[in-house]
Design a binder for this molecule. Sequence first.
Ligand code: TYM
Length: 327
Amino acid sequence: MKKVLSGIQPSGKLTLGNYIGAIKNFVALQHEYACNFMVVDLHAITVPQEPADLREQSEMVAALYVAAGIDPAKANIFMQSHVPQHAELGWLLTTMISMGELERMTQFKDKAAGKESVGTGLFIYPGLMVADILLYNADLVPVGEDQKQHLELTRDVAGRFNHRYGEYFTIPEPYIPEVGARIMSLDDASKKMSKSNPNAGSWIALLDEPAVIRKKISRATTDSGSEVKYDPANKPEVSNLITIYSQCAGLSIAEVEARYEGKMYGPFKKDLAEVVVGMLEPIQQRYRDIRESGEIRGILAQGAERAAETAEKTLKDVQHLMGFLAK
Ligand code: TYM
């Protein structure tokens, strides 16, 4: 069975962008692949985190995975830090990445921009991501558009390792959805929707109350025209809303356009809010049930145990191939 791996940082509330670009595909892929879905806490600490918040957000992301439809009996759901081989392989592979490669990473450039002091963790972060993926010899990595460059680095490092130490790693393929790989901010369609945007009106959190979602969508910026037409170059704001509609309602872009032919932005936005609320309500209900049941810790323990079997073997093999003396 082919293998899938992906992860999400517990660094704040998850957004509709995380759902459409990533989680929705995790749910779909679990039926055909052996899947590992992580909460990447070791990645989250590349920027400062309040300990209590980190703990809460970690459990929140894990519970949202299950609430969104990932079946813990089918896929391994676990905390990255519960499988220490991630950190160790991360170190081994980071030694094979050049400064120049890391300096070219746009996510690093964006996150470091304007900061006086930048942690080294933020700089070497892609090395850890490379290890996350290669530890399981993943064939496919479902991610949004913003992770594409990290995937390219992973492919390069896997090839470099195989060339130097002998064929060992699978060269992973990114799985980036054709529609929804880059959900944009509600107040500015030139920026991606992101939980780190201080304007909470620019993003929809998966756990936002229905009234909050309705308000955010009614206030979303729209272009000056009136036609509900998908045209990202000329109508980026409306095109983003059409994309969200299509992904939440399970319709194609053309079907959404046809539904609103001759109609104005007002009714379109009103319906969009109901589509988003309707999609999120059952997820939110399941989320509350899971948190109340307290079952998430057990799910994470089991997921880590199963993931560690593969991780342990890969790390041992890599250590051997690189010339480390066995214990
Ligand atoms: P993170 O936590 O920033 O985001 C998690 C996933 O959500 C996607 N995403 C979006 N997709 C569409 N539109 C958006 N506006 C949007 N915002 C976020 C991201 O592309 C991502 O797929 N480095 C990763 C986490 C990671 C990882 C890994 C991923 C660590 N190790 C191994 C895959 C495999 C990150 O920061 O994602």
